[in-house]
Design a binder for this molecule. Sequence first.
Ligand SMILES: Cc1cc2nc3c(=O)[nH]c(=O)nc-3n(C[C@H](O)[C@H](O)[C@H](O)COP(=O)(O)OP(=O)(O)OC[C@H]3O[C@@H](n4cnc5c(N)ncnc54)[C@H](O)[C@@H]3O)c2cc1C
Length: 498
Amino acid sequence: MILGAGTAGTMVANKLRAKYTPAELDITIVDQDDQHHYQPGYLFLPFGQLAPGQIVRSRHSFIPDGVNLLLCGVQRVDAEAKQVHLRNGGLLDYDTLIIATGVQARPEATPGGVGPEYGKSVHNFYDLEAAERLQEAMRTFQGGRLVVHITDVPFKCPVAPLEFTFLADAYFKDKKIRKKVDIVFVTPLDGAFTKPVASRELADALKKRNVTLETDFAIAEIDNERKEIVSFDDRRIPFDLLVTVPLNMGPDYIAESGLGDDLNLVPCDQGTMRALAHPDIFVLGDGGTLQTSKAGSVAHFQVDIFMENWPQYLAGQQLTHNFDGHANCFIESGDGKGMLLDFNYETQPYTGTFPLPVVGPMALLKETRANHWAKLAFRFVYWEFLIKGRPLPFTADMYLMGKNIEGPASGTATADLFKGLFSKAAKSPSKVAGTAAKARAKAGRGARPYTAKPTEPKAAARAAAGPSEPVPVYVAQKGVDSTADPATVLPDPIIPKF
Ligand SMILES: Cc1cc2nc3c(=O)[nH]c(=O)nc-3n(C[C@H](O)[C@H](O)[C@H](O)COP(=O)(O)OP(=O)(O)OC[C@H]3O[C@@H](n4cnc5c(N)ncnc54)[C@H](O)[C@@H]3O)c2cc1C
């Protein structure tokens, strides 16, 4: 049973259906509506670069034959009874549940977030209607202070507000009113991004565009009357146009089911995406507590790892394939250029080239046309390859080749990458686990202590019936805190005077 037919749910439904016949595996996927949104397209809508018709398609086109698609909201999951309660009163039993309902923007969670100025001078681009309203606001904006603001972490696509800022700079230059627009980028983090090298490079990119960076801003309210955002430490930033990234939270049914934390994220293992409290539940996509970016590329890599573990799960064995937190994010930077970030749990985004050393063709943390074209191509790749579960030339394991390493790092070494690409043996579980362990050893870090999790009754029964292979060794994956990191404090934060 898959809950959510968005990026991760659609992808995993396709991959499972391609591998198992309906007689072997009965797959049902549930979503509340029939509109699959290409969410990265929301960024381009306010600038008139994409139309809603290019962003929305029917879910039916992407759910393969032999998968039951149910269009109805999920009300509650009873994890003990292994049942899903639907909003229409329906009840569904499951053996294994995949939660892929992601996170959604909650502007109402901030005091004043949906006040009288909402949709007038207070905007966001985190859903289709909001992005459309913002398009009109951008079109009619004649000058003044544009504040681009992040409410809190984590939120999906952590580079999106930076991209919006870069595109706004280019947009107003094009309209010949850039000099009349004062752009301020306000973040709860202590730098432009979470990690030192990216923070430095992206702060430079903001500075180059004459954008003011305001850090450590924990928002208390949006004061609609005075048109100011107010922080808990009483800083007030006036705006003429506010573009905020609202708090991102998982859906309410997660809370109602007692499955989530205070943001309705389901606590899950950093390596296997298995729910910590329920071994027969997996969380794919944005809906879990993985300490990496919430992004479509990350969902892709998670699903690849999930698929590698799935036969072991069915056989009641321990899961030996570990997600390394790999994230691959293109940043649209305006003027036909873009940047690329590639990182994982232990390796921060570095400069360098991707995927090949020296020749690239993509450059890491550098503005190039190749990165821009790759970002634009993502829409085609998303509809035609990613969610259809077709193979893509990006490995789930991050590799270090081409990166200018400036500190501790882990990932697949060049030799392992080539073995992984060309040798079947390298894809065996023990090899993958060995690679991760080697990388950790190279980075001078040991594995975190691992407590074996109980297997669920059915899998345990199957295992007791005699699994044909010995249980491979589990290698735990160390997670890191992707939120504010003391090491990212910029040496010279730019604090504007308002
Ligand atoms: C502005 C923006 C820009 C982005 N740019 C990029 C980018 O450039 N690159 C990139 O890789 N990623 C990007 N992303 C992130 C990417 O879109 C998400 O990370 C990805 O879609 C997450 O997949 P998911 O399956 O977890 O969730 P989603 O794709 O959001 O799917 C969740 C599904 O669950 C359904 N659902 C929710 N609640 C219920 C319920 N109660 N009952 C039934 N169904 C329910 C929803 O209808 C939805 O279909 C961007 C996101 C945004 C908002």
